[in-house]
Design a protein around this ligand. Structure first.
Ligand code: SF4
Length: 352
């Protein structure tokens, strides 16, 4: 399964069941003109295109459109690497092309080398916002509410803020840290935009992973999930998630030989975290890899793994691995360096 997979098994880049299925090509403006301008301006001979999993099938058509308008000597290359987030740039292709276009995600870090072509949802969020009012406090008693969403719904964020304000709310928003592009945006590994002065947070988006991360990161807050794709409003409850994590940490407590995974994807490397584990554990072995999958770890004969890469691999895909896989924070608990009640959601800050 993917790195950014939600509990339903869909990744941020995988558009099945997300409301972002592009039924008509016209619905997605993939900014052909901007790409062509860039190719001409740079006199580019090699152009790399990277699509997330759910958009890969669009790749050949985008390449066709480009081939039609650029010079015959321009080579268009499609990245075949798996891609689940803006943390996951195909740096091999990027280094070998004059123009590199990353589709479907907002920038994690701006760079002249990369053209980012975002993808926004075409789902109307306002009917589900209306339903979510039943779970929010009466604005006359407690008007403060935080608003967060994923990059795909950012095109309507300003309107959502206005909509809530018109109904008497004082909407608190912030731009988390430099891992995030927009004010109010959350990632599966970063919820800093919800560090706001309000007891209630409204999350607009699909999946269960983001609101779960929010509820774990901000346990003092009441997190209301307005899912405009599946058309449901729920309250995030971290209990089930915590039970699953406690069970994994318990299993990892018996481990002697540890595999410490360092992910080589550009936006997923936490070298200091991996290094510190290795310095303090003679039975720990550093394993470097890009895509972290169960079959790649099978032959290492470890008792447990600690993953310093994408937290969604550890928590969402964790049960698929043959040995317990924990986050760096959970590793400290499994080693007896921290009490069980200090279990936290694994988050990433900063870029590269
Ligand atoms: S590291 Fe963060 S941005 Fe990258 S795939 Fe995982 S959750 Fe998404």
């Amino acid at each position: 399964m993917s790195q950014d997979a939600s509990d339903e098994g869909y990744s941020e880049g995988d558009l099945r069941n997300t409301g972002m299925d592009l039924r008509h090509d016209r619905e997605w403006d993939y900014e052909l003109e901007r790409i062509v301008d860039e190719i001409e301006e740079r006199d580019a001979e090699k152009v790399g295109l990277q699509f997330p999993e759910g958009l890969k099938r669009r790749g050949p058509a985008v390449a066709d459109d480009l081939r039609e308008v650029v010079d015959d000597d321009v080579t268009i290359m499609l990245s075949g690497q798996p891609c689940y987030g803006a943390c996951d740039l195909d740096t091999y292709l990027m280094r070998r092309t004059d123009v590199f276009v990353h589709f479907g995600h907002s920038p994690m870090k701006e760079s002249d080398q990369i053209i980012y072509v975002p993808l926004f949802s075409n789902v109307d969020p306002f009917p589900i916002l209306e339903d979510s009012l039943d779970e929010l406090p009466d604005p006359e008693e407690d008007p403060a509410v935080g608003l967060v969403t994923t990059a795909q719904h950012m095109n309507r964020f300003g309107e959502m803020v206005e909509w809530l304000e018109e109904r008497g709310y004082e909407v608190h928003t912030r731009k988390g840290d430099d891992r995030l592009t927009y004010e109010g945006q959350v990632l599966g590994c970063n919820y800093a935009s919800a560090d706001i002065d309000a007891d209630h947070v409204l999350y607009v988006g699909g999946g269960k992973f983001h609101p779960m991360g929010l509820a774990m990161e901000h346990q003092e807050k009441h997190v209301v999930i307005a899912d405009p794709v599946n058309n449901v409003v729920t309250i995030a409850d971290p209990e089930q998630f915590l039970k699953q994590r406690y069970a994994t940490v318990h299993k990892a407590m018996d481990a002697e030989k540890w595999g410490v995974i360092f992910c080589t994807k550009i936006g997923q490397g936490r070298w200091e975290v991996a290094e510190e584990i290795l310095e303090n554990n003679d039975n720990a072995y550093l394993i470097t890899m890009d895509e972290v999958t169960p079959d790649r770890l099978l032959n290492f004969n470890m008792d447990a793994f600690v993953n310093t890469g994408c937290p969604r691999i550890t928590t969402d895909d964790g049960p698929q691995f043959h040995k317990p896989m924990v986050t760096p924070g959970e590793y400290e608990i499994a080693m007896g360096n921290k009490p069980l009640d200090e279990l936290e959601f694994d988050t990433f800050h900063g870029t590269w």
